[in-house]
Design a protein around this ligand. Sequence first.
Ligand SMILES: Cc1cc2nc3c(=O)[nH]c(=O)nc-3n(C[C@H](O)[C@H](O)[C@H](O)COP(=O)(O)OP(=O)(O)OC[C@H]3O[C@@H](n4cnc5c(N)ncnc54)[C@H](O)[C@@H]3O)c2cc1C
Length: 493
Amino acid sequence: MSETATRTEHFDVLVVGAGISGVGAAYHLTTQCAGKRFVVLEAQDSFGGTWWTHRYPGIRSDSDLHTFGYRFKPWTSAPIATAAEIRSYMGEVIQENGLDQHIRYHHRIDSASWSSEAALWTVAATRTDTGEAVRFTANFLWMCQGYYRHSVGYTPEWPGMASFKGRIVHPQTWPEDLDYAGKQVVVIGSGATAATLVPAIAADVAHVTMLQRSPTFFRTGRNAIALAEELRALGIQEEWIHEIVRKKILFEQDVFTRRSFSEPEVVKQELLGAVRKELGPDYDVATHFTPSYRPWRQRIAFVPDADLFKGIASGKASVMTDEIERFTETGIQLKSGKALEADIIVTATGFHLNVLGDIAFFVDGEPLAFSDTVTYRGMMFTGVPNMAWVFGYFRASWTLRADLVGDFVCRLLNHMQAKGVRYVVPMPRPEDADMRLLPWIDPENFNPGYIMRGIHLLPKRGDKPEWQHTQDYWNEKDAFPAIDLDDRVFVYG
Ligand SMILES: Cc1cc2nc3c(=O)[nH]c(=O)nc-3n(C[C@H](O)[C@H](O)[C@H](O)COP(=O)(O)OP(=O)(O)OC[C@H]3O[C@@H](n4cnc5c(N)ncnc54)[C@H](O)[C@@H]3O)c2cc1C
């Protein structure tokens, strides 16, 4: 905790982070918890979170904005949106609801300490613009800090990296001055970031190679939703279009997800068929676009208007499926014996999973390891009072869950007020005494690298839905509003 903060400000609720979840939390508090005094603390210079941090060329969503957008604010443009469009939408939410008065930028939270005696969190932060130490107390902490470290991306160590004479760049910290025009570029990785970046720079570079160890599934199609266009042409109001199109997308996603489990081979062939159609009969889809895992074990990125495949078909972009042996002065030596020449190497290799914002947590003076706790429905933790966490969906848009958690937290806060209690903490009930404790997520179900690298840091899950992040929007949309706040799982005091 900071030693030098000279005064302490108090709020009923302290929201960590002004990304899509934190701005959503501010909206829900404003509209559902009248009179609650709250503040949103954000380490960066502005709102947006992911959409502020990431500046690489082409940065865009990989899911549609009807469902990635909030339930309460219609999305009126093409479904796959750029970071700038998403920030502008969030900016409207902030402005239309007077949320800016609650948000403080340049506030990086360093520690949070719970005192059972005072039933308060004490939060120590540093102003990133002045270096000043600041301190807050809050009755409730609403953690909206996302799931990865914003300051730096994940880059594996390869032999010889230091000898490379060109530039090595991570997309999360894209240098403003990076001139890639006419250059040979290698992008390592083939997730959503690589699939966005490669077509975005293909026209300007001499050549860009997407180098992957193993292939990824993609979906492709027009960046438009025909139903939305039809309804708009009929003059239907945007609130209705938003609601109808959300329902349609969610229904289709649900069918797709279920089919990925019930008939994975059929789904796989459909996905590969769409890629073949774009790349032509002579392209080696088997080597470069046929993953070994079944569809949906990792997030499936949407490639709007097939731009990645068009870049490949144009000859300006290509895919190499191979393994890196080492970096050389002029590029990358591959295990197959081939070599790639490069002026710039982009490591689109993912994130550092970040459990609860790299904040040092204490409960009654004892350091808190979240891996020692069990999650209550992926949003609260056993033994951690007055705290909720927003962790969205992997297979559906994150914000769907941010809205559901928002409703739950506001209902809980209002319930606590009505009961006149100072704290709530989820605890196993007698019937949970022999519950089997498991890792946060089953790797058989979902296993991207950043989760697998950090799973030991995440809270445990139990073997009942109450003690899991089920990743099932269709269940949670009905289950969350029906949660009995007087269930014995909630211990009040
Ligand atoms: C490039 C990219 C594209 C993505 N596309 C999609 C998509 O299309 N659909 C989808 O569903 N998901 C997508 N995701 C996942 C995405 O991160 C989430 O959907 C969503 O943006 C997370 O929002 P958030 O507000 O919860 O967290 P974030 O966007 O991560 O924002 C968290 C905020 O908290 C702040 N913060 C963290 N720690 C502290 C601290 N200690 N003190 C103060 N502030 C702190 C951070 O600075 C940040 O501004 C994408 C992720 C990336 C990286």
